[in-house]
Design a protein around this ligand. Structure first.
Ligand code: ADP
Ligand code: MG
Length: 472
């Protein structure tokens, strides 16, 4: 009897996984799906923890940063028994090892990367020496397709400046932001620009993971001299997501030397991470201070206008008509990051096209994104927001709702109103009532906080932290 139950359960979990895969394919597109998600397989399921097998550590990290949150969300929605989704590297004994073999045994450099960029792989494989070091660039990530708004204009300007200058401008340029806000896009854009303007300049783009992989491989073949040599003739070196290097002392050491010698020789370095250099954990102090020594540019969480701009832009690129109302709805609801915003648009478009060009309407959007919207709404209530914000700023909820105008209370109140507007589906008057105010006060607060996010980076960070706390 018990066994039967387990077996039934297994089958349903397999079915669920099949459905999840179909959904992921729709959301992220076929190429990304084939490269990153198709190789995943179901492992064990115990006490609410689902283990998913991944063929390599590199893929594991990639999947965790780019897809795990979404996988977890969809699954949790389908099956409330799933409390946690883990990714475990399972190498030789898992079904299809051909991918792994290809990565490990093929000596050509492109085998080091599992590209999710389709044809771009061929673009980057050039027979001349060092170009082969670089990872493939996504052809869609150019300056032309990057929408500039208040929250990213500084990072954009810095990136453009570096791309356009013949001489080294800021060294290093350090870009940081939360996930899905455009760091990789900007780095690829710089690389495309330089390669186009001056094909002789040797531009190398690598993720920190790939850097690590190459280094470990060199160690294994006792070939660290060749490793260093590879970077000798680099003119511009970009390393993406350096937070992956935290607590990996030997890689950091190597990176530090490579980095120092390139800077001393006047080569341009561009780095990205999810935190500012000073806030990176598990990174050596001298590396941090080096990273801090050039220009540090952060990308803030998006604001409504940028989200609208991006939606309109992407819709145009996809050749679809996106009604203003639908765009506004999405821009109001999906505030976490641009990747999710894009994902939701792709889902709607895919849906409309699959159903023989069903018109995109607000109703249809709400229907297609039901599970996503429900989880946004379910998660956060205005009461929770008030409680968290009050706690965070060390005031009481009563004070937050009071009429006191002192800055120490008024600012948190505005932030709470702003978060209520962003994270719940409540209307302005409904939010107002919870604060004993009318809707114009709420509107004013939302605008004010949007302005402040751009001007005041510590406030922006507070808002971002609160948002994360509330969304989890
Ligand atoms: P990060 O590296 O910061 O995690 P990405 O650069 O991968 O984020 O961006 C996530 C997605 O959002 C990509 O598809 C990217 O093209 C898109 N994106 C990010 N910022 C912008 C922008 N300003 N304009 C248009 N698309 C953007
Ligand atoms: Mg990135």
């Amino acid at each position: 009897m018990a066994e039967q139950a387990i077996r039934n359960n297994d089958t349903s979990v397999q079915d669920e996984w099949g459905q999840i895969c179909s959904q992921l394919k729709l959301e992220f597109g076929e190429t990304a799906y084939d490269s990153w998600l198709k190789p995943l397989s179901i492992g064990s399921f115990n006490n609410g923890v689902m283990n998913i097998c991944v063929p390599t550590t590199f893929m594991k990290n990639w999947v965790i940063t780019h897809y795990s949150e979404r996988i977890h969300k969809i699954w949790e929605h389908k099956n409330p028994e799933i409390k946690q989704v883990n990714f475990v590297v399972q190498t030789m004994n898992s079904g299809d090892t051909s991918l792994l073999k290809k990565i490990v045994t093929t000596p050509t450099p492109q085998s080091l990367y599992i590209s999710n960029y389709g044809t771009a792989v061929n673009d980057y494989v050039r027979t001349d020496g060092n170009m082969q070091l670089s990872a493939p660039l996504n052809p869609a990530f150019t300056f032309d397709t990057f929408v500039v708004g208040k929250t990213n204009e500084f990072a954009y300007a810095a990136a453009r400046k570096v791309a356009e200058s013949k001489n080294v401008s800021f060294n290093p340029l350090f870009l940081y932001s939360g996930v899905g806000l455009g760091k990789t896009h900007l780095m690829h854009a710089i690389a495309w620009h330089i390669r186009q303007q001056d094909p002789n300049r040797n531009v190398i783009y690598l993720s920190a993971e790939q850097f690590l992989y190459k280094f470990v491989k060199a160690l294994r073949y006792k070939d660290t001299a060749a490793f260093k040599e590879q970077f000798r003739s680099v003119d511009v070196l970009m390393v993406d997501d350096v937070q992956f290097m935290s607590n990996k002392e030997s890689t950091q050491e190597e990176f530090f030397y490579t980095f120092n010698s390139l800077i001393e020789e006047g080569r341009q370095i561009i780095i990205s991470a999810d935190k500012s250099p000073s806030d990176l954990e598990g990174i050596e102090a001298r590396l941090k201070s080096r990273l801090n020594s050039g220009l540090v540019a952060d990308i803030h969480p998006t604001d409504f206008d940028l989200r609208m701009g991006i939606l309109q832009n992407k819709a145009r690129q996809m050749g679809v008509e996106l009604p203003e109302k639908v765009a506004e709805f999405l821009a109001q609801k999906i505030t976490t990051n641009i990747r999710e915003l894009e994902g939701s648009l792709r889902r709607i478009v895919a849906h409309s096209q699959l159903l023989s060009d069903r018109e995109i309407t607000l109703d249809m959007t709400q229907d297609v994104l039901k599970d996503m919207l429900r989880s946004i709404d379910r998660k956060t209530t205005i009461d929770e927001i008030q409680k968290k914000v009050a706690e965070y700023f060390n005031i009481s909820v009563k004070e937050l709702q009071s009429s006191r105008r002192a800055r120490t209370v008024a600012r948190p109140r505005q932030i709470a109103m702003y978060l209520a507007k962003q994270l719940t589906s409540r209307s302005l008057p409904e939010i107002g009532r919870k604060f004993d105010r009318d809707h114009t006060t709420v509107m004013h607060a939302v605008r004010k906080v949007e302005e402040l996010i751009v001007e005041d980076s510590s406030l922006a960070e507070n808002v971002d932290t609160l948002r994360r706390m509330l969304e989890n």
